[in-house]
Design a protein around this ligand. Structure first.
Ligand SMILES: Cc1cc2nc3c(=O)[nH]c(=O)nc-3n(C[C@H](O)[C@H](O)[C@H](O)COP(=O)(O)O)c2cc1C
Length: 399
């Protein structure tokens, strides 16, 4: 019997109303790290549009884990506001997930005020520096993940999603390119798997079995000598065997180098440069073309890598990356993926899932111009949506 994308589905302990997840798209609506009305409106609109579960995008597990200054860091005094966000989404019939992570090599001391920490030291293509973590840093970071997850569970979140992708810290530990450690946290695959495994176990222990725990998981990091499926799949098998996670959402590429590998489609180089801190713009002018090569958009562009994961793993999987048509959603479910996640298509049309269910839309009208990407620091939106219609932006630009 083919799975019905619009029927209720089990994700770990949760029953979702359907198999559509909103992928994390950093909202740029947590000014000074707070839950704003705009952020609540953004997720209320996404929930009202029909998804089974929305995802509050990147929340840093510690101030030093931020990749940008206004990112939300879960802390006890935020719990009442986070609860307000949860209640708004629940009132629209959807579940709510929060992505938690540590920026690792993406971090920038000039932006966050803390030195960027990673598996090993190095320089980003734009010249920012990151430093190798000590074992104490590693242990503290594992408990930071557990503490952040526990606060989100206390606020009523249905799920937490551990960010293991996009060149952020956990990805850096998994990748042979970014992890050159020779201690118990680097080297062979088992050692490079240790950090994600310990974090997954610590997060599960912190939230118990009533909250779903997902990971956004890097299949290939799209950089020379980086993570490839031959490396990432054995790591995923170890996570599968550990049993701490309810699902993996499969991704690739990242923000440190070669960002378009993650998105595909047009390259908004000029707009992207304008979002960089002034200090990084000259470097970007020099290496911009090399830093951001173009990858043409294809429907379900991670499907061939993801199929290898589906064949080898028993845990539920979420297919992500360029899913824009209902027939692709059905194909993904027919091939054994339990859920699909959509990012840009839902920025373009937050009610796409409802319209697909009613039969009035068969595909997204997103054109993959990627001009939403450089809006992430001023209230994320699709530039083709009229200002008055942008979720979370009804009160005007986010300050
Ligand atoms: C504006 C924007 C912001 C994003 N922010 C995040 C983020 O905070 N965390 C994350 O894991 N991915 C982020 N992504 C990546 C998406 O979650 C997703 O992996 C990517 O857009 C591919 O899916 P899509 O083709 O459905 O858009 C972002 C994407 C966009 C377009």
């Amino acid at each position: 019997m083919p799975l019905d994308p619009f029927a209720a589905a089990q994700l770990g302990p949760l029953t979702l109303r359907n198999r559509f997840l909103k992928a994390a798209t950093f909202e740029g609506m947590s000014y000074q790290g707070k839950v704003t009305d705009q952020l609540v409106d953004f997720h209320r609109a996404t929930a009202a549009g029909g998804v089974g579960m929305t995802t509050v995008a990147y929340c840093a597990v510690s101030p030093g884990g931020r990749g940008a200054p206004h990112e939300l860091v879960p802390r006890p005094e935020l719990v009442p506001d986070l609860r307000r966000l949860v209640e708004a989404v629940h009132a629209e019939g959807a579940a709510i997930n929060a992505q938690i992570g540590h920026a690792g090599p993406i971090g920038n001391a000039r932006v966050t005020g803390s030195k960027a920490l990673a598996a090993s030291s190095g320089f980003s293509p734009l010249g920012t520096r990151y430093h190798a973590m000590t074992v104490t840093d590693i242990e503290r970071t594992i408990s930071d993940f557990a503490n952040a997850a526990s606060l989100l569970a206390e606020a009523g979140f249905d799920a937490v999603e551990i960010h293991m992708g996009h060149h952020y810290l956990i990805n850096a530990f998994m990748s042979p390119r970014f992890n050159r450690r020779t201690d118990d946290w680097g080297g062979d695959i088992e050692r490079r798997a240790r950090f994600p495994r310990e974090i997954a176990k610590a997060v599960r222990a912190a939230v118990g079995r009533e909250v779903a725990v997902l990971a956004k998981f890097e299949m290939e990091d799209g950089v020379p000598r980086g993570l490839i499926v031959a490396d990432s799949l054995p790591i995923a098998k170890l996570l599968d065997a550990d049993g701490a996670l309810d699902a993996l959402e499969l991704t690739g590429g990242g923000s440190l180098a070669n960002p378009m590998y993650l998105f595909r489609g047009d390259v908004p180089r000029k707009e992207f440069a304008a979002t960089l801190p002034a200090a990084l713009r000259p470097a970007f002018r020099l290496v911009g073309k090399r830093f951001m090569p173009e990858y043409p958009f294809e429907e379900a562009y991670f499907l061939s890598e993801a199929r290898q994961f589906r064949a080898a793993l028993s845990m539920p999987l979420v297919l992500l990356g360029g899913i824009t048509r209902i027939e692709t959603v059905q194909q993904a479910l027919d091939e054994g993926f339990e859920f699909v996640a959509m990012g840009r298509a839902l920025l373009r049309e937050p009610d796409l899932v409802n319209r697909m269910r009613e039969g009035s839309a068969k595909e997204s009208i997103c054109i993959h111009c990627n001009k939403c990407m450089p809006t992430i620091y001023r209230g994320t939106h699709c530039v083709l949506v009229e200002p008055g219609e942008r979720p979370g932006m009804r009160l005007g630009p986010v300050t």
